[in-house]
Write a protein that binds this ligand. Structure first.
Ligand SMILES: CC(C)(COP(=O)(O)OP(=O)(O)OC[C@H]1O[C@@H](n2cnc3c(N)ncnc32)[C@H](O)[C@@H]1OP(=O)(O)O)[C@@H](O)C(=O)NCCC(=O)NCCS
Length: 168
């Protein structure tokens, strides 16, 4: 069977239901209680920073970046990242993270924060931050709080409480 190359592009409202189903499958109902979810809640989705990977017209993966503040520094929160298991382990997750980071850099953003596994995100440019320097607003495993600088030196200014860009 021929495997078509993925197309990575901004999501559209037509994909909303399929993205929600992908998140439900990947994270289950517990996702709504997560600290990262609560930071995103109520912040309008920026379609330029919410990308999908399409294969043969099917939604294969999705990643979103949401505006946050770390102390006084504007930043972005990455997540959820999810790939349909039918299309797993072919580099789509990594390609989505790279594409989102590149888009964010192009738009002038300075850093990206996420809660995730360092072995996966480390090679993509994310590194640990100290829980005393980047203070999450709810319970998280401090070993999973990772930051990627899009501009050299951005990590030095990204210090303080992490807040939603809506001000919460
Ligand atoms: C995690 C996820 C996005 C990876 O998507 P993917 O397209 O399969 O990822 P890639 O093809 O880019 O990378 C796959 C590789 O990463 C590894 N990997 C996957 N999840 C990992 C993790 N949490 N930690 C370390 N390595 C991981 C896989 O074992 C695989 O290794 P291989 O290439 O040696 O086989 C996908 O499995 C998924 O949606 N999982 C459920 C939701 C989730 O956990 N999202 C991430 C939240 S932090």
């Amino acid at each position: 069977m021929k495997t078509l190359a993925p197309v990575i592009r901004p999501e559209t409202p037509a994909e909303d239901a399929a993205i929600e189903a992908l998140h439900q499958h990947a994270f289950g109902p517990g996702r709504f209680a997560r600290t990262a979810f609560r930071l995103r809640e109520g912040v309008p989705c920026d379609p330029e920073l919410s990308l999908v990977a399409m294969i043969d017209g099917r939604l294969a993966g999705s990643v979103k970046l949401t505006a946050i503040r770390i102390g006084e520094a504007p930043s972005l929160l990455l997540g959820p990242l999810a790939v349909d298991p039918d299309f797993g382990s072919r580099g789509l997750g990594r390609a989505l993270v790279r594409a989102a980071a590149e888009k964010a850099r192009t738009l002038g953003h300075r850093s990206i924060l996420l809660v995730g596994d360092a072995p996966y995100y480390g090679p993509l440019g994310f590194h640990h931050v100290k829980p005393t320097e980047v203070i999450m607003p709810g319970p998280v495993d401090p070993n999973r709080v990772l930051l990627c600088e899009l501009v050299e030196g951005a990590a030095t200014e990204a210090k303080g409480p992490v807040r939603s860009a809506r001000g919460g």
